[in-house]
Ligand binder design. Structure first.
Ligand code: FE2
Length: 263
């Protein structure tokens, strides 16, 4: 099925970009507080996830009018599915944790939130300083494709070719899903993964990540926020499969999804 694409037009000056808030209200609020007034924000999907406040995150994002594309979580929650569609191996620690947080998020969201999620486009496109950018979640071939900084150019080239087939020429791609912020250039196309707001990238510190695109330059930033409160709220609602500790330690409970060279 062809992706639903939203054209955001020309976003000339400054754009702030975040990956999955993952139900982490404290991180999402801290990020929102940093965004300069009247600055567009693009979110690459997965608003609901591991943490304690899915509806608080959805409310905040809708109130601010951020541009959000559909991650696998918006697709599955919007449809009322039974699982998150993250692409985790069955029985893995990620899969077991997802069973808990997905059921929690699904129960917390109302039908209006789900309808709003169903209305999110699959991709977006915009112009910035004379360059044309696509916004996708995981990959163009699959919404939940994990594309890591350690992957080959060929892996990225497949996705870029699919985006070009749908959108025509592009100079950059904003993506998310894999939880690790990075940038690289493949055949002149800048691939920017904004990381995720809701969890640290397994680097041993609690800070999460976001990206700014200012005057054509992408920069990855650390987000400091009240991770202790976010972790306490997870414990208080029974989300104790290990990721409540991750918010404090910056280490994931499992490295199952990481490529061997990144463990
Ligand atoms: Fe995702």
């Amino acid at each position: 099925m062809a992706p639903r694409i939203r054209d955001l037009g020309d976003l000339s000056d400054e754009i702030w970009v975040c990956g999955g808030p993952l139900s982490n209200f404290e991180a999402t609020q801290a990020f929102a507080d940093l965004v300069p007034e009247n600055t567009p924000v693009i979110c690459t999907g997965d608003i609901a996830g591991y943490c304690a406040d899915p509806s608080g995150c959805v409310d905040l994002i809708r109130k601010h009018g951020w541009h959000v594309i559909a991650g696998n979580c918006e697709i599955e929650l919007g449809q009322g599915s039974a699982s998150c569609g993250c692409g985790f191996e069955t029985g893995s620690a990620c899969d077991i944790a997802a069973g808990a947080w997905f059921a929690y998020a699904s129960a917390a969201l109302n039908e209006d939130d789900r309808a709003w999620m169903r209305g999110r486009p699959d991709w977006a496109v915009f112009s910035h300083h004379g360059r044309r950018f696509a916004v996708i979640h995981g990959g163009a071939s699959q919404v939940n494709r994990f594309l890591w900084p350690s992957d080959s150019d060929a892996a990225f080239r497949i996705e870029i070719d699919l985006i070009r087939a749908a959108l025509g020429p592009i100079d950059g791609v904003l993506a998310g899903h894999c939880s690790v912020a990075f940038t690289r250039v493949i055949d002149g196309v800048q691939w920017i993964n904004a990381g995720i707001l809701g969890l640290p990238p397994n680097d041993g510190r609690p800070d999460t990540r976001f990206v700014t695109l200012i005057d054509g330059h992408a920069r990855i930033h650390r987000l400091r926020y009240d991770h202790t409160r976010a972790a306490s709220r997870m414990a208080a609602v029974g989300l104790t499969q290990g990721y409540q500790t991750t918010l404090q330690t910056g280490r994931w409970p499992t490295q199952d999804i990481l490529p061997a060279q990144m463990r």
